[in-house]
Write a protein of this length. Structure first.
Length: 188
């Protein structure tokens, strides 16, 4: 597997984990979504919006955009889960698009990040790993918060085991994917 395929797989895994987590959270009422809980961002609403806002900031930069700190002017751009779920799914598709466009040379290119008034310059591969780790970190916090509700949190530590493809087939269908979407055609 190439390094580019590894980043693509991480992007798809990120979208799949978000899909699972947000689908579980959809079983909560709005009050349960907003209630204060133990975590860096003290509610599921705040934590999941934070993931979206930071994704917006970095995916925009990875696409060559200049949004910068405007991304977090509103720390809760989606107070209701339905709007957040839709926005996060769209953001996940953008992140997959970024990773689908990668080439081995592009991983070594610099990305300019608007930090207004400064400009941060990071190598693309390092920025991608930072974003992936950020997503995993805060999804873990949201997963823990969800554990304190009546909703059973979904398993998020899966990573596309071949033997478990049938177990995720319906979720992949919901997302419009197949195993080949993520991994490419099987080797002959």
């Amino acid at each position: 597997m190439s390094i580019v395929q590894s980043y693509r797989a991480f992007a798809y895994n990120n979208a799949w984990a978000n899909h699972r987590l947000l689908r579980a959270c959809a079983e909560l009422g709005q009050g349960e979504f907003e209630v204060e809980r133990t975590g860096f961002f003290p509610s599921l609403q705040r934590t999941l919006n934070h993931i979206y806002v930071v994704d917006l900031f970095y995916v925009d930069a990875l696409e060559g955009g200049w949004l910068g700190p405007k991304a977090w002017e509103d720390p809760i751009p989606f107070p209701a889960l339905a709007g957040l779920s839709e926005a996060q799914a769209s953001m996940d598709r953008r992140f997959i698009g970024v990773c689908d466009a990668l080439t081995p040379p592009s991983l070594n290119e610099d990305v300019r990040i608007n930090r207004d008034p400064s400009v941060q310059i990071e190598r693309r591969d390092r920025l991608l790993m930072h974003l992936i780790q950020h997503q995993i970190h805060h999804r873990g916090q949201a997963h823990t918060m969800l554990s304190g509700t009546r909703i059973k949190p979904p398993q998020l530590d899966e990573f596309f085991s071949t033997a478990e493809a049938p177990l995720r087939a319906s979720e992949f269908a919901d997302l419009g994917w197949t195993e080949e979407t993520v991994w490419g055609p099987p080797n002959s």
